[in-house]
Ligand binder design. Sequence first.
Ligand SMILES: NC(=O)c1ccc[n+]([C@@H]2O[C@H](COP(=O)([O-])OP(=O)(O)OC[C@H]3O[C@@H](n4cnc5c(N)ncnc54)[C@H](OP(=O)(O)O)[C@@H]3O)[C@@H](O)[C@H]2O)c1
Length: 323
Amino acid sequence: MRYLDIKTAKRISKIGLGTWQFGSREWGYGDSYAEHEAHAIVRRAVELGITLFDTAEIYGFGRSERIVGQALGDDRESIFLATKIFPIAPFAPVVEQRGVASANRLGVRRLDLYQVHQPNPAVRDRTIMRGMRALQRVGLVDEVGVSNYSLTRWQAAENALGTRVLSNQVRYNLVDRAPERELLPYAESHGRVVIAYSPLAQGLLSGRYHRDSPPANRVRAANPLFLPDNIERAGDLIAALREVADAHSATPAQIALAWVIRGPAVVAIPGASNVGQLESNVAAADIELADDEYEALQAASSRFRPITGRAAVPRLVRAQLGR
Ligand SMILES: NC(=O)c1ccc[n+]([C@@H]2O[C@H](COP(=O)([O-])OP(=O)(O)OC[C@H]3O[C@@H](n4cnc5c(N)ncnc54)[C@H](OP(=O)(O)O)[C@@H]3O)[C@@H](O)[C@H]2O)c1
């Protein structure tokens, strides 16, 4: 495992573990996954040197936090535990109460990173950061983070908190490279962190899905990337990943992750549906892409033009009806 070169109380692994999948019905992994596999994934992740675990109060309505907390047991000295508050009515007393509730579910006295899940369009960050500051003051929260924030809003949150907002958790993968414009350069130059979610584009970049065999669950049924036409359009990008993967005796998923974490200020938090995937994802931390490989992947990524937005809506409806 490799770790971020940034000053934090605990080391942050370049590959973390995303746990939206734990206990949430929309991924459709079932009760056995939540009761057994999820625990095994967490235990193996700790063994392999993962320190960054990402969850949220809304994942499975608290179930993900509980599963992570139980699976970690007492083994948490080096663990950098990150959770998120969904900012409904984010007034200070509400934020404080919800932070305590998350810590209780996780079984910790201190949250290493407490993130605002997404910007509240109607309430400014001054309000939520009042609660965050109070939680930091009493020692329940170490670092504060945000998620799905623009650079302007990240900086505004930081001004409101009066100290660093360590991280911004955003979608970053070979299909969606928007963070390269502002967020990554800012993080690199200011000692901040971009936490890349959906680094495998929810599994698309593994190359295991085909036009006639898209993944079957609610999350991906609602994601236009998994429209049969888009899976087909992704063929060129998957082929580029395969070519680089062959040169490293690796898989397309591992190369997709190695690409995401290449920058010094970015970490990735892939989810995993089994222990084998977790092990494979951890191994991606040791893959170093050559410049020409990196550029070939950038080029293939730029050529990929999925159907999105309004054009995707009737197709999504048709695909859902056809399932
Ligand atoms: N802040 C936010 O708004 C936000 C939004 C989304 C996600 N997140 C966080 O980011 C985490 C990861 O994002 P995500 O789950 O959306 O997408 P992801 O990590 O890109 O995709 C995860 C899925 O990819 C497949 N996969 C994982 N490793 C693989 C491997 N080695 N080989 C082949 N397939 C593999 C698995 O699905 P199958 O085996 O079923 O194909 C797995 O469930 C979440 O768990 C959550 O913690 C945050």
